[in-house]
Structure formats: C-alpha cells, structure tokens
Design a protein around this ligand. Structure first.
Ligand code: SAH
Length: 359
C-alpha cells in the first residue's frame, strides 16, 4: 500500500516543526529526533527511547522515516559494504561504505540510472528513470552510517554513485546541507566531493550558491573528438566550456579541482593522450585522478596493462602535474555504482566487478 505520510528525511526541520506544532510539543523534542537520526544512529522510532512511548507510537503513523528497503547488502574482505536499495516506486539505487585506514567514506547516488551515456559506465546503460528526492539521498547516508561499528565515524562523503549529481542539484543541495551541518552528519565541506561529467551551467550555479564542496570533473579525454566518443554528452558542451567553469569554481572556492580520467586500453591511454592532457591542464592547481577501467561485462573496453599505466603517469608527473591513481576497492562485490543493480536485474551485461575506488 502506498504510504502517503510525509517522508521525514525529505525536509527534516519542516516535517518535525509541523509535527511538534500539531502535538504542542516542547522544542527539544524535534532536536531529540534529529539527534537520534544523525548522532545516535537510530534504526527506527522504537530506538528513540527518550521519546514517550505513546508519542513514538503515534509518530510512526504520521511520518515515514525510511522510504526504501534494503534489497541486498554485500560486503568485501577489505571492509567495503554496499547496499542495493529498492525505492517506493520499485526503482533501485546503490550506495557504498568504504573503509580506509583513517577514513570512512560513503558514496551516494543521485538518480535512478543516468542520462549522460558514458560508453564505459554501467549506470547509464539503460538511461535515466528519474531524479532522487532529497529524502532518498539523505536516507542512503543514514543507512550507510548504520553499518558502522560503534567506534567508527563517517569522515568523507563522495557523490559518485549512480546518476549525474549536477542534473539533480535542487534535491542534492539540501541533502548535502544535512551531511555538512553540525546538527546533521557534521562532515566538513572539504570532505564532501561532488563528481560531475561537467555541466558548465550547473558548475556556475554551484559556484554561486555554495562553493565550499570539492568538485571532481570526469574528463576521460584530452580533446573534444575523443571525449565526444567516450562521453557523448560532450558533443553539446565541449572541453573549453568545462575548463572555464572549473577555473571559475576554483577562483571562487579556492579549492583545487580534481579531474577524473578513466584509463581505457588503447583508447585514451597512449603517450600522446597524456601529453595532450598535461597541456590542457597546464598551469592549473589541479589533481588528476586516474582510474584504471573496471571491466563491465558485455562492454568491449579493457583495463590498460601496468606498463601503460606507469607510462601514462610518468608523462603527467614529468609535466609537473599532481597525479593520483586510485586503488581498487570492493571489486568482488560489484561495488561500483550501477553494477550491483544490473547483476540483480539478471542483465546479460551484469557486472563481474567494476570495483569502486578509494578516494
Ligand atoms: N556522473 C558523475 C558520477 C559518476 S561515477 C560523473 O560523471 O562524474 C564516478 C566516476 O566513476 C566517474 O568519473 C565515472 O566516469 C567513473 N566510472 C564509471 N564507470 C567506470 C568504470 N567502469 N571504470 C572506472 N571508472 C568508472
């Protein structure tokens, strides 16, 4: 049966304010609920033991805390955990918890599917179904936080799951405020990264609205001809406009921009690509995040061998650029967004481990 009560996580303060007004509750009650959600990691209303029992019972019928169900929960030896969530309308999304030595990073999705059509990516193979709501984005964060052990804390958030975050800025911004707020997850803005295919108008909008988050731009090619092939949406945008917006974001935020580059054997991993990339980014305060391709079953792309990877890296470093190669994480649990959903759907292209990566 569809639940038509409001989803608390969609607009926490508004929903709680209406609730407390309706019941004539003292102010601290709404703060208590917030605390339980974000700090004391309540899994449901019944956990909120300092709310009177009758109130707990009542509130459960007045608003919805969770709007999704966990369809699958996978875990890999390196501590990476991934959730496949079923949305109320049947759509499926993925989100991931990554454990590093000193970090606990969560990765969230912003859309069901993706419209950008990057040819090597599992998320967009069937196009986009819809944008996620703010509540569905916040819910991923809270569900992932619930996976932590008592002595663990979330330290980083990356918006690198399914979908194009800048195509859903309206829902994303309030969700990131909950992540960043001292009353929310309290993750510092410098530890929140939005990864985008590079939509200049939205980058400009973000720069005007809130340039405190880190920006990562998925470049994948050093010239328009090649980028048009790998990232079809580039046809309508072009690298020059993206670099211009990135420069502007850097000017406003003062934060070094990350450029992501998925390395695909023979397609964009040759010495001339590295040289061209170095030229394109010359003189910028930038980090190049090179991601050796994680194979998606059914797609014809290959991961470059180690020799080509090292060669690519050397050329960039010799040109004075800051380079990071990402280490694979969670590849045995299909822990990159788009993969688990496809394997669950029984698709012939189902993934054999695209492997999300540690930031
Ligand atoms: N739409 C956003 C978020 C995508 S996911 C964006 O384009 O940035 C984050 C990164 O993973 C992107 O750089 C994306 O291109 C990359 N990615 C997608 N599929 C991949 C694959 N099979 N192997 C390696 N990286 C991949």
């Amino acid at each position: 049966m569809p639940n038509d009560t409001p989803h608390l996580l969609n607009s926490i303060d508004t929903v709680l304010a209406a609730w407390s007004e309706k019941h004539g509750l003292p102010r601290f009650r709404t703060q208590q609920v917030r605390n339980w959600l974000f700090k004391k990691r309540a899994a449901g209303w019944d956990d909120m033991t300092d709310l009177p029992k009758a109130l707990r019972h009542e509130v459960a019928g007045e608003m919805q805390l969770w709007s999704t169900e966990i369809s699958r929960h996978t875990q890999s030896d390196d501590g990476t955990e991934k959730l496949l969530l079923s949305l109320a309308d049947g759509g499926q999304i993925e989100c991931v918890l990554l454990r590093g030595k000193a970090r606990r990073t969560i990765c969230v999705s912003t859309q069901v599917g993706c419209a950008m059509g990057c040819v090597f990516c599992a998320s967009g193979l069937d196009g986009v179904e819809r944008n996620l709501t703010t509540g569905e984005i916040v819910e991923q964060m809270l569900r992932l936080q619930l996976l932590l052990h008592d002595d663990e804390r979330l330290s980083h958030l990356v918006v690198m799951g399914m979908g194009e975050p800048l195509a859903n800025l309206d829902a994303l911004m309030p969700a990131l405020e909950e992540a960043n707020s001292p009353d929310g997850l309290n993750i510092g803005a410098r530890r929140i990264t939005i990864s985008t295919v590079g939509l200049p108008l939205s980058i400009d909008r973000l720069a005007r609205a809130n340039a405190t988050y880190r920006l990562a731009i998925s470049l994948h090619a050093p010239n328009d001809a090649l980028r048009n092939q790998l990232v079809p949406v580039n046809d309508r945008i072009g690298l020059a406009a993206i670099i211009q917006s990135a420069d502007e974001y850097f000017n406003v935020s003062g934060r070094r921009i990350t450029f992501e580059y998925v390395l695909l054997a023979e397609l964009n991993d040759q010495p001339q690509h590295a040289r061209e990339l170095a030229q394109l980014l010359a003189g910028r305060e930038a980090l190049i995040n090179v991601i050796p391709y994680n194979p998606v079953a059914g797609l014809p792309y290959r991961t470059p061998d180690m020799q080509s990877q090292v060669r690519f890296r050397r050329i960039l470093e010799d040109a004075g650029l800051q380079v990071r190669f990402r280490h694979l994480k969670g590849d045995r649990i299909n822990a990159a967004c788009g993969q688990l959903r496809r394997s669950q759907a029984g698709s012939s292209r189902a993934g054999n481990g695209l492997g999300i990566t540690q930031i």
